[in-house]
Design a protein around this ligand. Structure first.
Ligand code: P5A
Length: 468
């Protein structure tokens, strides 16, 4: 694993052409071409999953102050973080306009207009937009930004509480599949009440343990109950003719997904990208000498075509630099599989394949099975990335029944699970005494288990960690 993760992460973003953070506004960066492609494939996946039964929409960036201020809890949660637009040219605006920190207050007044009857329900919309949060904690590229450039937010409305609860389960399944497709491990927990999304009844969160042992919240799913429905008067006429408030949920992921892919799978040589998001899944490196150059290039083109016809993303590195430098570059950029072909390989009718994860070289015959063999290697590579990452997580969640052990375990790079009585005051005291954050509840406690602090009967198995 990487020694100094923070420095490694910073360097790799620049070296691999992911983002440039030198833009003169803190917390706002530029997506560079290679990073932009990773982002694009990440978004394609979430859209593919959501498009099965959600519709994509696009709302304006600005939210009138009057709407943002309507829901008391919500506005309290965000008031320190909102950027305001107060002027149009030289003129003061009649009403201040907020740059959306998230879009509940932009979307729900419109839901109130659109939803009339039970036949209009459920509504399941999502959008992918930039949102703005004047974060006061230390900003970090992709991890804690002030312009969240890749905010996927879904907002649903339902006729019954049961349906909204089912929607929460659906989102959990969708996010599982989403993170699985990049081989990312995760811990799902129910956030404690004091860390619930402002205005929500409860929040379910996905957290990932980064290589430095700190956890990153990579996705959240909120059951909003009827709070926003009552604030924004979102009602419908039910089958029985009665007017009722809808039940709502929302769920979001961000740039942090890309940060996790980079952080979780990377090693000291650079990125190790899962095929799902890798701009090139196979990189062909021709070994060229004066003699036989055309034949080697022709073969490279032929292989590229064959692999592309099978749906793979392939590039040939034709740059006029030493092959060693090309290998180094593609290792840094995390291409899953490199294929090397020189004149002698051509004579032997083989190519040398090298996986980015274990660096092992295998000969593959240049015959009809080439495509299948390449796909097979990619699949094994993908499985190995995922397994390595899940093993890392399993090794870094440690259970204790002793308050005094929490600090040592967390400082050694772990997340700690413990039994908790579920009392809010007690939970906050655990956070205060240790200096760490309770992530949330992962399960019911076993029979007879006692709370780590109060000694009362424990209700929940809970996680505590150093968080980003
Ligand atoms: C859910 C979508 C919401 O805003 N409203 C619509 C709900 N939830 S949230 O938890 O506040 O944010 C959703 C996810 O966005 C990521 N995130 C961030 N990523 C990068 N930089 C930030 N400053 C930032 N703030 C939040 C988190 O992954 C969070 O779970």
């Amino acid at each position: 694993m990487v020694e100094n993760f923070s420095e490694w992460f910073h360097d790799i973003l620049e070296e691999a052409n992911i983002t440039d953070s030198r833009y003169p506004i803190k917390g706002m960066a530029i997506w560079l071409p290679y990073g932009f492609k990773i982002r694009k494939y990440m978004l394609e996946k979430i859209k593919e999953l959501l498009d099965k039964d959600h519709d994509e929409v696009l709302f304006p960036l600005l939210v009138p102050e009057g709407e943002l201020a309507k829901e008391g809890e919500h506005v309290k949660g965000f008031e320190e973080e909102v950027y305001w637009v107060t002027k149009g040219g030289k003129n003061d605006l009649n009403e201040k306009l907020a740059l959306r920190p998230t879009s509940e207050t932009a979307i729900y007044p419109m839901y109130a207009l659109w939803i009339r009857s039970h036949i209009d329900l459920p509504i399941k919309y999502y959008q992918v937009v930039n949102t703005f949060r004047y974060e006061t904690k230390h900003t970090r590229p992709l991890i804690r930004v002030r312009e969240i450039t890749t905010f996927k937010e879904a907002h649903t409305a339902h006729a019954t509480k049961e349906e909204s609860d089912e929607q929460i389960e659906d989102f959990i399944e969708i996010y599982k599949e989403f993170f699985d497709s990049f081989g990312l491990p995760y811990m799902i927990s129910k956030r404690p009440i004091w860390d619930t999304f402002p205005g929500a009844d409860y929040t379910m969160a996905f957290d990932i343990i980064m290589p430095d042992g700190k956890t990153l919240q990579v996705g959240t799913i909120h059951n909003l109950g009827q709070t926003f429905a009552k604030t924004f008067n979102i009602t419908f006429e039910d089958k029985d003719g009665e007017h009722k408030y809808v039940y709502q949920t929302c769920a979001g992921v961000s740039d942090r997904v890309v940060a996790s892919i980079i952080g979780i799978h990377g090693d000291e040589k650079g990125l190790r990208l899962p095929p799902m998001v890798s701009p090139n899944q196979v990189t062909i490196i021709p070994i060229l000498f004066k003699k036989g150059k055309e034949e080697v290039m022709a073969k490279c083109e032929e292989i590229k075509n064959d692999l592309e016809s099978a749906g793979l993303r392939v590039n040939i590195d034709e740059r006029d630099i030493r092959p060693g430098k090309k290998f180094y570059d593609w290792e840094l950029k995390g291409t899953p599989l490199k294929l090397e072909i020189g004149p002698r390989d051509l004579e032997n009718n083989i190519t040398i394949a090298m996986r980015r994860d274990d660096g092992e070289k295998v000969e593959i015959a240049l015959d009809d099975n080439l495509v299948d063999n390449v796909k097979d290697l990619l699949e094994k590579y993908d499985e190995n990335l995922s397994k390595t990452a899940w093993d890392f997580q399993a090794e870094h969640v440690k259970f204790t029944e002793n308050m005094d052990e929490i600090k040592g375990l967390i400082e050694a790079g772990n997340v700690v699970s413990f039994n908790w009585c579920g009392d809010d005051e007690c939970g906050k005291k655990i956070e205060e005494e240790t200096g760490y954050d309770i992530l949330g509840i992962i399960d019911d406690a076993e029979d007879g288990a006692k709370c780590i602090l109060s000694g009362d009967d424990a209700k929940y198995l809970t996680l505590i960690a150093k968080t980003y």
